[in-house]
Structures are given as structure tokens and as C-alpha cells.
Design a protein around this ligand. Structure first.
Ligand code: S3P
Length: 208
């Protein structure tokens, strides 16, 4: 029932972007279930095609080859409708990639702060982009990437939010956008400018 109600207000796709450890996979899986949509991860599309893990791809062929695979996955996303897509942390930052994503659906930036994203990514492991970087270098990568993520339609500071609260907030805002044709509350119309991102994420009673 909840899924049916949500389906009536769906954008074409919902695309999650953000740094490693921001929670894109966890949030994406639950969001897809809530919306009655399919869930797909760009990393999983790559590992399925290659038949080996992301760390193995990096070790065997290097980052440029991995980015080439991401570009091929981006092409494949053009055929998708009704999907929640969790992207790899570097996926939207390739030249032209964010422009494409912004046309494929509603792009949501899960903007956890660096310390919590970094800690989570390291705890889970399997991140070759962090393996050979000092914490300072990883923080520099985070800052560079933010300029790309900032172009998302919606930005949500998830640092102090539960997964349920994040999903609830995204669903609520998707509904609002559909109902009014405009973003709700703090959402800006269209891709936000660099100095004025459409940011939500202030905590409220009942968010968990
Ligand atoms: C990468 C992030 C990873 C994965 C690959 C490269 C990156 O995905 O695509 O290891 O460049 O930030 P997650 O963001 O899911 O960790």
C-alpha cells in the first residue's frame, strides 16, 4: 500500500551520489523498497560485468580502467526507468557524468561529513581509493568531490540521521516536488548553484 502510494509520485529514477561511506547502498536499498522501485548499484553492475571485485579491478587494471567501466555503466543507465541507483563515490565526478545523471532522474546527495564517511568506509573496507591515501589526502579528495556532488537536485546532511529518517525525508521531498512541481522547503529549483546548495537535513522531532 505504502509502495503503491509512493509509486504514484515517482520521478523517472532516483540517483544517490556522495562520498565513500556516506550510506548510499544502505539508504538506496531501503528507499527502493519504500518506493516499490528496483535497486541497482553502479559498482555491482561493474563487478557483474567483470566477474571480479572492485579491489581486484583496481589492482589488476588500475583506476583509469575502472573509470572506463563506470563510463560504460553510465551509458547503460540511460535505459533505466523506475530505479533507485546508488553510484560509486567517483561516478558522478567524471567529466560530463553529473550532467547526464541530472537528466536521468532526481539526483540526491547524501552529504555525510568527512570524519563519519571516512570512518565508515574504512570500517567496511574494500575501498582502493582510500587504501593508498593518507587521511589528509582522503580529506582533499572529499573536498574536491564536494564541488561535483553539490550540483545534485537535493542535498541531505545525513551525519546525525538514522537510515530510516534519511529515507523518510527523501520520500517526503519527492512527494512534495511531485505535488507542487517545486522543491519543498529548503530545496532549490533545479540544480543548486555552488554557493547555494539545496540542502536539507536539519533534524526534527520524530526523525529518529
Ligand atoms: C570509489 C568509490 C567506491 C567504488 C570505487 C571507487 C571512489 O564506491 O566505486 O572503489 O572513487 O570514490 P563507494 O562510494 O560505494 O565506496
Amino acid at each position: 500500500m505504502a509502495a503503491m502510494a509512493a509509486r504514484a509520485v515517482l520521478p523517472r529514477n532516483v540517483i544517490l551520489v556522495g562520498f565513500m561511506g556516506a550510506g548510499k547502498s544502505t539508504v538506496g536499498r531501503l528507499l527502493a523498497r519504500r518506493l516499490g522501485l528496483c535497486f541497482v548499484e553502479t559498482d555491482a553492475m561493474i563487478t557483474a560485468r567483470e566477474g571480479r571485485s572492485i579491489p581486484e579491478i583496481f589492482a589488476d587494471r588500475g583506476e583509469p580502467y575502472f573509470r572506463q567501466l563506470e563510463a560504460e555503466v553510465l551509458e547503460a543507465l540511460a535505459d533505466k526507468h523506475g530505479h533507485v541507483v546508488a553510484t560509486g563515490g567517483g561516478f558522478p565526478c567524471a567529466p560530463g557524468a553529473m550532467d547526464r545523471l541530472l537528466h536521468l532522474g532526481t539526483v540526491v546527495w547524501l552529504a555525510a561529513d568527512f570524519d563519519s564517511a571516512y570512518a565508515r568506509a574504512n570500517r567496511v573496507g574494500g575501498r582502493p581509493m582510500l587504501a593508498e591515501r593518507t587521511v589528509e589526502e582522503a580529506a582533499a579528495l572529499f573536498r574536491v568531490r564536494e564541488d561535483c556532488y553539490r550540483r545534485a537536485h537535493l542535498a541531505l546532511d545525513t551525519t546525525h540521521m538514522t537510515v530510516d529518517a534519511v529515507v523518510g525525508r527523501i520520500v517526503r521531498h519527492l512527494r512534495e516536488r511531485e505535488r507542487t512541481g517545486r522543491p519543498a522547503e529548503a530545496f532549490a529549483e533545479g540544480p543548486p548553484s555552488l554557493d547555494q546548495p539545496a540542502r536539507i537535513g536539519e533534524r526534527r522531532e520524530g526523525d529518529g
